[in-house]
Design a protein around this ligand. Sequence first.
Ligand code: NAD
Ligand code: MLT
Length: 526
Amino acid sequence: MRVWDVTGSLSLRIRRRRIMSDITRVLISDSLASACAHILRSQGGIEVTESPGLSPQDLLSQIKDYDGLIVRSATKVTADVLTAGSRLKVVGRAGTGVDNVDVDAATKNGIIVMNTPTGNSISAAELTCGLILSLSRQIPQAASSMNQGKWDRKKYMGSELYGKTLGILGLGRIGKEVAIRMQSFQMKTIGYDPIIPPEVTAEFGVQQFSLEEIWGQCDYITVHTPLLPSTTGLINDAAFAKCKRGVQVINCARGGIIDEAALLRALESGQCGGAGLDVFTEEPPRDRALIDHPLVISLPHLGASTHEAQNRCGEEIALQIVDVVKERALMGAVNAPALTKAFAPETKPWIKLGEALGRLLRCLLPKVNGEIQVTTTGGALKNYGSFLCSAVAIGILQDEDKKVNLVNSCIFAKEIGIQVTSRHSGDSAETRLEVSGGGLTLVGGLSGDLPGLIQIGPSRFRSPVSLEGTLLLWTEETNLPKLVEVLAAAGSQLQSFHVSGGYNVAEVSAPLSDLSSLGSCQQISL
Ligand code: NAD
Ligand code: MLT
């Protein structure tokens, strides 16, 4: 809380912030393995509500009662949901893609989004392989004709996979597993990935080419990228036109990576000889044109629908949330990578120090704006810069109307014209944190786990000022006897008094409600 007292001095009360761990109620709004709720309850002591298939309206009205939300791909976690979730601290996606979560809005609202990126990779890869085999021999179509009482041996003449070329676009977790499996059918596997180096994919038998070189070589093309602006319509009319006639395509990644209208045109012209689709731009799809096409094998987004994948993802997301509750670790966060390091126990006192120095700077400067430089020194702080910027920004941002935390503080700071940047200086033997802005530098360090202020401006305090409890600060000479008298009258005591450069700082045992007799004194409760 920030208040101005009658003398015009600034008094700041610092609310203790735990990073994210106050998670007591979690809502599961999609169908998930029962292990998920069980782990949350038994290991995290969390109250869990399981409401698979919750309507968007019900989600919107109920989300305000929960600290955590766990979803698969059916629940749409929109900006409205995230804003309505005033207690929400974490959205857990039991699966890979977070495209059903408005990640930017979550970040802005200080909400961590985490996923379980590996739990269903094998299942999705196996389904992809199943679709490739199904396409080569029209297995589902033939089975369906048998169900209709037919015996159509001529109609379902297929072709071997042996010796054919499979193009894999996206060579991450699933693309790699597909390659390895399809090599056992002696398919030639080639591919493209802008991030994974060719020498890495060569180790699992995939030679990389540019997209332009890939189109004309493939008998089958399977996509395993996220849905991004750069991958939307990755296979489109122009790409189909460059492919071999009769190329077959598979999408077990995300609807829209293969342009659905272009696919329909290619199927109708014979340029595409078949498609295996597990995912659609709209799910469930209302437009049936592709689904009803005889050369299309379509599935209702089943890539992760195996007992093993669901158990793995359900367990993983629950364990990740329990780790957060217990402040042990932060795994799988997609929008707060810097926070992963912030969860290590040894970082917490530094985060406290960063917040305290930010608050102190805010208090000492008439207005904080422009660039705030966070400098870490000493080897131990080498990789702490990013989350210490967030910690300092929390301290600077005093507006309690906003839910400010390590996830969103730098974004809010930027919005009001404050740019917090970090640098590491390896020169000093001393491990310390400096915060500079508006012509003022504050230097802090730790004494054990306790944050301390070493220096304001150019000169050091003789001993560090503890950045805990209540501080009184003056830039003018202090009348010590008067201070002791005022403190005694208020039931408080002087614990220590420090002088450095133009600043006098008193540590006192309890905050004062009236500072009017202490000149231009500022009170800070840390
Ligand atoms: P991943 O992050 O491990 O791999 C994706 C790869 O795509 C990365 O290596 C990335 O560099 C690459 N990529 C990005 N842009 C590209 C581009 N323009 N061209 C080529 N490659 C590009 O992801 P993953 O775990 O392998 O998942 C792949 C996809 O599968 C995701 O879309 C995911 O949501 C989806 N998925 C679907 C199901 C399902 O049920 N059908 C299940 C799991 C995952
Ligand atoms: C995923 O991205 O993990 C999948 O789409 C699977 C799912 O959760 O349905």
